[in-house]
Design a protein around this ligand. Structure first.
Ligand SMILES: [Zn+2]
Ligand SMILES: [Zn+2]
Length: 173
């Protein structure tokens, strides 16, 4: 938690704060993703003409995200900038971009929660352990990058299956 009340109350005051994330994993509705590595964050916080507080910084973390195809954990680097402008309205801080500002309690900035919200925004659409990941067998769940299983992976085309039915009936006659 960083107290930014002096910044909010002093025109054009600015400061740079070195801080560490205490977050050790990214917990979301989709699962719990361990944070493997994290760099200290240097946050630059400034009062802009008593109208707004501007917060900038760079986040550099490695998160273990399962491969979209085989579900093996892939250390995934996330590197993004934080660039937030909070309006000073009636002596309070307002984030006009986000509905929920749980990272801010009064003039206390919760860096973990701020970064959490940004991780969510920057979450990769798809993570692959390698471009040609073979995925897992739909029958036995084996990771096909590590070998082949003996399952019958032939998935009949439904249209072909219809023909097959007709063919089988024809044979029965
Ligand atoms: Zn994979
Ligand atoms: Zn299999």
């Amino acid at each position: 938690m960083i107290d930014i009340s002096t910044i909010v109350k002093s025109i054009n005051k600015e400061t740079t704060i070195e801080t560490e994330l205490t977050l050790t994993s990214f917990e979301s509705r989709l699962g719990d993703y361990p944070i493997l590595k994290k760099q200290p964050i240097s946050l630059h916080i400034s009062n802009v003409e008593n109208a707004a507080v501007h917060i900038t910084g760079t986040v550099d973390i490695d998160i273990a995200i399962p491969c979209s195809r085989c579900l093996e954990e892939v250390p995934t680097n996330m590197h993004f900038d934080i660039d937030k402008t909070l309006k000073i309205t009636d002596g309070a801080l307002v984030d006009e971009e986000m509905e929920e500002t749980d990272y801010l309690i009064g003039f206390e900035l919760d860096v973990d929660k701020l970064v959490y919200a940004e991780i969510l925004v920057n979450w990769p659409m798809r993570v692959l352990c390698k471009d040609d990941c073979k995925g897992i067998c739909k029958v036995c769940g084996m990771n096909l990058n590590k070998g082949t299983c003996s399952c019958d992976s032939f998935v009949p085309d439904p249209r072909m299956a219809a023909f097959q039915d007709i063919f089988n009936k024809f044979k029965e006659v």
